[in-house]
Ligand binder design. Structure first.
Ligand code: AMP
Ligand code: MG
Length: 485
């Protein structure tokens, strides 16, 4: 792309984990959404990308100098069942760019046509779901949560057959890498052991360079991924985010949230909340996410065993010890985050209990997760009404207030400090749905406005109060999300 300098370490290092490929030519690419700030960060002038040539580059019709497009191979446990060969069925890694701040970024196209990994799929993506991924990842970024980023959405000019014919689109994604737990599973399954060995070296160099000097680099690497994921899942849990499809192919090594298929934010607090139409057993319900992350990390650990110790039994023992760190790491990150959400400067020993009991009140009251946390700072500022109207009727509320007061007496944060972690605005399902419906019908206005609201989630934006409100009950009760669309 104009001005982009590519340096493709994945292609250079990891022969055996990709197929060189090119995008299906799009009939009439049109750039619909561009993230100007991210474009600049990557060293590209957004105006260049707005030219017809820019759209051709972003959609994959023209390969920019230095790019080496490949479809990446990976395996994955999907809802617990192992698929030995998934890979980018409808996506391409265009290449890697190093930013002025010396960050290596994958530039990745999703919806760019069938690849050797497409299996039965058409390789395409519909406009609505690609806008949805753009919106969700940019909202997560604004919330301060590690995530892949959205650079652009381009309509292709071709139709995509789903239940009806829909406009096709390509989503351009930026990530610190696309290495997944499933990448390691795939490499570990190959006859050639050098592939896994090269993958471990590549991942360490890219994400955990200090692990090179550890006594057992693969173990230090595993520990770092465990920490990064514990931190990430804690952050999800602190904002009510439900990924929806935490298969091992959708879990990164970097600790960035990836593959926003059926994800959604929860309104009324209930740990059993599931939105995905295919998650019948509730495997990826809100409250199961930490456990599922650990399950996935165990699959990563299995792939790494030969590099942890040549003796299989002792490798398992060492890896198990590492995995056992996860619950503590998660609980610590979550408790610290909850302490700030509750406005506690000194962190009491029983902060997790105080937070758990607060959540239990929310659940009993059927209270909205996001706005009830936000109402804590109003309460601290003397306006008790919002919190009382959410939770006042729940048994045990007054007793909880007494405990909260006692905890705050030993060290309290200001209302402003609480507001900096308790968002006013999250991408609520009814708003996202409305914006995508309008966009698919040709009106991008509501989408653009929603993205703009979500860029500053912690700041009250006068005139935009309706974006802070939960969905109407009739919407919320029947809401379902879909993946792979
Ligand atoms: P996802 O649910 O989007 O994470 O995708 C799971 C797997 O299915 C990945 O290997 C995707 O590349 C593949 N996939 C999803 N949709 C399509 C499609 N329309 N055509 C080809 N492959 C697809
Ligand atoms: Mg995926």
């Amino acid at each position: 792309m104009a001005g982009l300098e590519f340096d493709n370490s994945f292609v250079r290092d990891l022969d055996g984990l990709y197929e060189r490929w090119s995008a299906t030519t799009a009939a009439n690419p049109e750039l619909v959404v561009l993230n100007d700030e991210l474009a600049r960060e990557l060293g590209v002038d957004p105006d260049d990308l707005r030219s017809p040539h820019g759209a051709d580059l972003l959609v994959g019709n023209v390969v920019p100098d230095g790019a080496e497009p490949v479809a990446q191979a990976y395996a994955g446990h999907q809802f617990g069942g192992y698929s030995p060969r998934l890979g980018d069925g409808r996506a391409l890694l265009l290449g890697e760019v190093i930013t002025a701040e010396d960050r290596r970024c994958d530039i990745h196209l999703k919806g760019s046509g069938r690849t050797p990994f497409a299996r039965g799929g058409d390789g395409l993506a519909a406009f609505g779901p690609m806008l949805r991924e753009y919106l969700m990842c940019e909202a997560m970024h604004a919330l301060g949560i590690p995530t892949t980023r959205g650079l652009a959405v381009i309509t292709t000019g071709d139709d995509v057959a789903r239940e009806t014919m829909l406009p096709g689109a390509v989503f351009v994604r930026v990530a610190s890498s696309h290495l997944r737990v499933g990448t390691f599973q795939y490499a570990a399954s190959l006859d050639d052991p050098t592939v896994l060995s090269r993958l471990v070296d590549h991942a360490i160099a890219r994400h955990v360079p200090e692990a090179v000097d550890a006594e057992i680099p693969a173990l230090a690497f595993l520990g770092a991924v465990i920490d990064a994921q514990a931190e990430l899942i804690a952050r999800w849990m602190l904002v009510g985010f439900i990924h929806g499809v935490m298969n091992t192919d959708n879990m990164t090594i970097s600790g960035e949230t990836i593959d926003y298929g059926p994800c959604a934010f929860m309104d009324a607090y209930d740990p059993a909340t599931v939105f995905s139409s295919i998650d019948h057993g509730g495997r990826y319900a809100f409250g199961n996410q930490p456990q599922m992350a650990l399950w996935n990390l165990a699959r990563l650990a299995e792939s790494l065993l030969p590099f942890i110790d040549p003796d299989a039994d002792s490798a398992i023992e060492i890896a198990t010890d590492a995995l056992q760190q996860f619950p503590d790491r998660f609980r610590r990150a979550w408790s610290l985050g909850m302490a700030v959400k509750l406005g506690l400067a000194a962190i009491p020993d029983d902060v997790a209990d105080l937070a758990d009991d607060f959540l239990a009140l929310l659940q009993v009251a059927g209270a909205d997760f996001t706005s009830t946390f936000r109402s804590l700072s109003r309460f601290v500022d003397g306006d008790e009404e919002p919190l009382r109207s959410s939770l006042g009727a729940a048994e045990g509320f007054d007793a909880w207030l007494v405990r909260w007061d006692a905890a705050r007496a030993t060290g309290a944060l200001t209302a402003d400090a609480m507001d900096a972690v308790n968002p006013v605005y999250v991408p609520r399902n009814h708003l996202v749905d409305g914006a995508l419906t309008a966009a698919t019908a040709g009106d991008l206005g509501p989408f653009t406005e929603l993205v703009d609201v979500l860029r500053r989630p912690f700041v009250d934006q006068p005139g935009r109060e309706r974006y802070a409100e939960p969905a109407p009950p009739d919407f919320a009760s029947g809401f379902r999300t879909f993946c792979g669309t």
